[in-house]
Design a protein around this ligand. Structure first.
Ligand SMILES: [Zn+2]
Ligand SMILES: [Zn+2]
Length: 161
């Protein structure tokens, strides 16, 4: 959802609840070549609060993702939640960029111009937070590179027990 920055004023939070269809989530991740698929709409609640330095964004994000183990290829369904706090700063302040970044209490800063694209910010956040290599288990034995057997389920001739 796009929010006009001018709608956020003062300390009363502007609250947005929205969802992103699995198709849109997938389009975003496929573009970035992730082994990852959304199996239900990604839901988020964002609270936007005007501050002296910019707009403080507090978001809670829920997604149900199918991920493939990067060793054995097994598909797991994961319910995931992220809480993020970011500072959104008007691009018009870009000439003072470094100064602005230093003054935002160590929060990650995102610049916007007039309109805040919440969906993009949310998807980008999830993308950054996701490990690119998902393992079904830390001790996953993967598949045999010679015969293709799943070594979690069976021993193969190439790897006698
Ligand atoms: Zn695995
Ligand atoms: Zn084998």
């Amino acid at each position: 959802m796009n929010v006009l920055a001018s709608r956020i004023s003062g300390s009363v939070p502007f609250v947005v609840r929205d969802e992103v269809s699995p198709e849109r989530v997938d389009a975003f991740f496929e573009m970035n070549d992730e082994g990852c698929r959304a199996i239900s709409p990604l839901r988020y609640e964002a609270r936007l609060i005007g501050t002296k330095r910019g707009i403080r964004l507090e978001a809670s994000i829920n997604a149900e993702l199918e991920r493939l183990c990067s060793r054995c290829g097994k598909a797991d369904t994961l319910a995931m939640t992220w809480q993020v706090v970011l500072m959104l700063v008007d691009e018009a302040q870009a000439p003072k960029r470094d100064e602005v970044v230093l003054e935002t209490d160590d929060l990650d800063v995102i610049f916007y111009k007039d309109v805040i694209d919440l969906e993009h910010i949310v998807l980008e956040t999830v993308y950054v937070e996701l490990d690119s290599h998902y393992l079904c288990d830390d001790s996953c034995h993967g598949v045999c590179l010679k015969c293709g057997a799943n070594l979690n389920e069976t021993a193969c001739r190439c790897h006698p027990v």
